[in-house]
Ligand binder design. Sequence first.
Ligand code: MLT
Length: 264
Amino acid sequence: MKTQTVNGIELAFVDQGSGTPVVLVHGFPLDHAMWNAQIDALSENHRVIVPDLRGFGRSGASDGTVTMQQFADDLAALLDGLEVDRPVVVCGLSMGGYVALQFWQKYRSRLRGLILCDTRAVSDTPEMAAARLEMAERVLREGPAPLVEGMVPKLFAQTTAQEQPEMVDSLRRVMMDSNPKGIAAAARGMAQRPEMVSRLAEIDCPTLVIVGEQDAISTPDEMRTIARAIPNARFVEIAGCGHMSPMERPAEVSAAMLEFLGGL
Ligand code: MLT
């Protein structure tokens, strides 16, 4: 991986291929590797830029709270550092989708397209926000285990867990290796993320919405509603997978992304 100092931290990222730049933004508490299949598939004819967000993977962490806007600012600064001045496609899964929506909000003139993958546009309810803040403190005290054990069963379709246990284990390892400081900061940031439902109708760049048929965190119904609210968005439901659709059904997700990118 390459590294670059952006906004006071060292950001690690993959930068592979050439063509229209596509930025892939991982979920919580993960790293760039969840996109490995898409990095291979897309980089044949696109420039694929895949960071470890601040506090995750090999990137440096910061204390306190990292808002979704801060993550979006880091992406913009990374693109500046790489001298990418042509419009980019930003694709985010789950927390990465929260970041992608903030990127749209602040840097829309830099966007060629948006891919929202297994994500949500609502903000946290007060109960969810309180639970996140509590979990942030617990992870700082005890490490990632309590978060990881609660999350892993919700991430994959049951068939994936049965048929590909090694993939589930590899993701669990990434989560367990995450920096508690980075987890806590992002959890606090998610707890205060703005609701974006009321803004979806303003999204005027080409948008693809992807969801796993059995996603228990951002359900197909919720994502269909997001797609309907965004003018001319394309909606693709991927059969036989859950929240981690790009890992569970890599060929199908890459094909949907390539078809969308090909039409830009
Ligand atoms: C994720 O996969 O990034 C998380 O489920 C997002 C969240 O906790 O809201």
